[in-house]
Design a protein around this ligand. Structure first.
Ligand code: GLP
Length: 226
């Protein structure tokens, strides 16, 4: 695990990884997370994309890890989140930006037919979830519709006016889908997640802690800050 000094450093470190990746492999598929953790990383990427000789997104395809079962135009949808933090601020066409929907098989086929995910950036939920793979998710699961746990609904209620407004279902890449990525970066911010992170990375693997599946990945890097 790489411990960084602060959130700014975490954001810069992961943005640098994405930049180096795109510079080396301009034609690439990248899986992207939402939540509060990656906001700083997106801010850094936007900065890198808009200067003279900025980062080129022309041949990049983005695949979001997950989305609520919600109107995509809702201000708290992950479509809206990505527009706000990245897609509307860089030179990328909507046709390059992919999100899971109820046609889960189509999403899987799309990723496979386009050559698979080369780089996957992940966040971590306080209950050990990755994307919206809640505790109990099969390690081989694929993109599917899931019910959110009470814990996740409460955690994510900070983005909504009322806890009752948080969607109870989501569509998520599965753990098997994520594990097929060629390289995975897990970014974690906050001391309140340190314990679950340590358990996920070092204790025996269990479906009760979905992120523990990542122990089996041979190209995983973990970046943490308090
Ligand atoms: C949500 C997302 C996850 C994300 C997690 C952590 O539930 N579906 O992909 O990793 O929240 O969010 P935060 O970074 O806000 O703690």
């Amino acid at each position: 695990m790489n411990s960084l000094n602060n959130y700014k450093e975490l954001s810069i470190t992961v943005a640098d990884i994405v930049q180096e990746h795109i510079t080396k492999w301009p034609v690439t598929n990248i899986a992207l997370p939402t939540g509060s953790t990656p906001i700083g990383m997106y801010r850094e990427l936007v900065g890198k994309s808009n200067g003279f000789e900025g980062l080129e997104w022309t041949y990049v395809k983005t695949f979001n890890l997950d989305e609520y079962v919600i109107n995509p135009n809702h201000e708290q949808s992950y479509h809206s989140y990505m527009k706000k933090h990245l897609h509307d601020k860089i030179d990328i066409m909507p046709s390059q930006c992919h999100f899971p929907d109820r046609n889960t098989k189509v999403y899987e086929e799309k990723m496979r037919d386009m050559g698979g995910i080369d780089l996957c950036i992940l966040g971590l939920g306080t209950n050990g979830h990755i994307a919206f793979n809640e505790p109990g998710s099969d390690f081989k699961s694929r993109t599917r519709v899931v019910d959110l746990t009470e814990q996740t609904i409460v955690d994510n209620s900070r983005f909504f006016d009322d806890v009752g407004d948080v969607p109870t279902q989501a569509i998520t890449m599965g753990l098997g889908t994520i594990m097929d990525s060629k390289r995975i970066i897990l970014m974690v911010s906050g001391e309140h997640k340190l314990n679950i992170l340590n358990v996920a990375m070092n204790a025996a693997q269990t479906i009760d802690i979905p992120a523990s599946v990542l122990q089996e990945h041979d190209n995983l890097e973990v970046y943490y800050c308090d």
